[in-house]
Design a protein around this ligand. Structure first.
Ligand code: SF4
Length: 519
């Protein structure tokens, strides 16, 4: 009940809000051991949704009692011990599936409640957590996967991301937000943190203060996808690294106290920002933080869309980071263990996850690069630094394989499509294709060159079948633009053929080197 009185919008609370007042999401953590001892049937159905605070979702179909688990990976950085522990968990309890999400997190499937305490113990041992990876709370803090090693970043954001992650971890002042809440902190000049689709984003900026050029951040608020997507809007403030936490607390406080709690589909921060406007939002923010300097120079130069394929020099002389494609973000435990072994042998044992569901192995000395690339796992063609045009730029959400909200299949569908396109077509530029199984858009289809949105369609003989809408022209360049829907929807079975014709036309009519966005 801690914040019931201070919420400005606490009239007509929706059913789930009333539930959250009865029991805080974090309370569920205390009950996991008992649930594990007594089995799935002992978990009251009314508590199923609160398990999200522990990073646990019931996978489809709910009654079977299998869980999806999401593990936070702040700014995508994992050390060797963490990667090995994660591989062990998916091998021992999760039918071997290791999925990288579009927010740099890791997801497991097929987990049973009996094993959750042991999984938590293993995660805890290596400093990982699932707490707050799902639920109405601050989610995994994303950022530049190259933080600290990137020659194209203004400053190293890893310590700041860790500070914010730690601050919100099990923090009961902020464990009951109106809805999920996503933070991005990146100082990459190329918007690696996908700033505009987050509730709160810090992006690189400089400002002359007292005759000195100071490095820091500009701030954007109110972004998010789903069926009513919004691009985050810039505030007129400049934030030094030591003030990031204050600003994050202030924005989260506004969301907690003024965010909408009446209808869940209107509860994200983006609706409050849109209704208030950024001026009013900023005024409220400054009331909480005290005065902050006005904007300085924006240091964002472009958008790399979160791709890092190939071998690249780090800011540390003589060291390299190597970006690999992981087809649709899915690995298997043996692969994960092998990549961990390699990252330790040639690098410093770290693996970094990207918003594009891919990985980076950092800290590889110049004279080790060749040997690393010659390792058998990278010769097989599946995990590669030079993926084919379509599989290399395909992003997918979970879809009906495991997700209760899904309308259609996604990962397998996308795999079939891109394999077909890679066989049939070769392009001189990548085309980023994202697929998403319902309007929630975990596959971030709005920012893709070609976004495929799953829907159901009635055929002539009155059967319901999987179908997809096609949206084109999304980007986060220059503040961002969501893609636009083409007319109609395409039956799943014909989708690969339609896309082939469409892309063939693009290939034949575009100029050499012209990208989908420029077309
Ligand atoms: Fe599930 Fe929909 Fe998210 Fe896909 S977009 S993972 S179908 S909720």
């Amino acid at each position: 009940m801690a914040h019931e009185k201070v919420w400005a919008n606490n009239e007509n609370l929706n059913k789930f809000e009333l539930k959250k007042l009865e029991k805080d999401g974090l309370d569920i953590l205390e009950e996991i051991d008992t649930f594990a001892k007594n089995g799935f049937a002992s978990i009251p159905e009314e508590d199923w949704d609160l398990l999200k605070w522990a990073g646990l979702y019931l996978q489809r179909p709910k009654k079977d009692g299998y869980f999806m688990m999401r593990i936070k990976v702040p700014t995508g950085i994992l050390n060797y011990e963490q990667v090995v522990a994660l591989a062990g968990i998916c091998r021992d309890f999760g039918r071997d599936l290791f999925d990288i999400t579009t927010r740099q997190a890791i997801q497991f499937h097929w987990l049973e409640i009996e094993n959750i305490p042991e999984i938590f113990r293993r995660l805890d041992e290596v400093g990982l957590t699932t707490v707050g990876a799902c639920g109405d709370i601050a989610r995994n803090v994303i950022g530049n996967p190259l933080a600290g090693i990137d020659p194209e970043e203004l400053l190293d954001t890893e310590p700041i991301v860790r500070e914010i992650h730690q601050f919100f971890h099990k923090n009961r002042d902020f464990s009951n937000l109106p809805r999920k809440y996503k933070i991005s902190i990146s100082a990459s000049y190329y918007n690696s943190g996908h700033a505009e689709i987050n509730d709160l984003a810090f992006i690189p900026a400089t400002k002359e203060i007292d005759g000195k050029l100071v490095k820091g951040f500009h701030v954007k608020v109110g972004g998010g996808l789903s069926s009513k997507p919004h691009l985050a809007q810039p505030l007129n403030i400049f934030v030094t690294p030591d003030k990031v936490k204050d600003v994050a607390i202030a924005v989260t406080t506004i969301f907690r106290d003024y965010g909408y709690r009446e209808k869940r589909h209107r509860a994200r921060l983006k609706f409050l920002v849109a209704d208030w406007g950024v001026e009013k939002f900023q005024e409220k923010l400054l009331e909480l933080t005290g005065p902050l300097p006005e904007r300085g120079n924006d240091e964002t130069k472009g958008w790399n869309a979160g791709y890092f394929y190939g071998v690249h020099p780090q800011k540390q002389k003589g060291l390299n980071y190597i970006g690999f494609n992981v087809p649709l973000g899915r690995l298997y435990s043996e692969e994960v263990l092998e990549i961990a072994r390699i990252s330790k042998k040639y690098g410093n044992g770290q693996i970094r996850t990207c918003n594009t569901q891919n990985i980076v192995i950092p800290n590889v000395p110049d004279d080790q690069v060749e040997a690393l690339l010659a390792e058998e796992i990278f010769q097989k063609g599946r995990i590669t630094i030079k993926p084919k045009s379509f599989i290399g730029y395909a992003v997918s959400c979970t879809g009906t394989e495991f997700c209760n909200l899904a309308l259609v299949e996604t990962k397998q569908r996308m795999k079939t499509i891109v394999e077909y396109l890679d066989q049939e077509l070769e392009l001189d530029v990548p085309v980023r294709m994202h697929i998403t199984g319902c309007p929630n858009s975990c596959g971030q289809r709005q920012i893709a060159d070609i976004g495929l949105q799953g829907v159901l369609m009635r055929t002539k003989d009155k059967k319901m079948v999987d179908a997809y809408e096609i949206h084109v022209g999304g980007t986060l360049l220059d503040g961002g633009r969501f893609n636009e829907k083409l007319k109609g929807k395409i039956e799943a079975e014909k989708l690969h053929l339609v896309l082939k014709d469409f892309l063939q036309y693009f290939k034949e009519t575009k100029l050499a080197g012209e990208t989908f966005l420029e077309y």
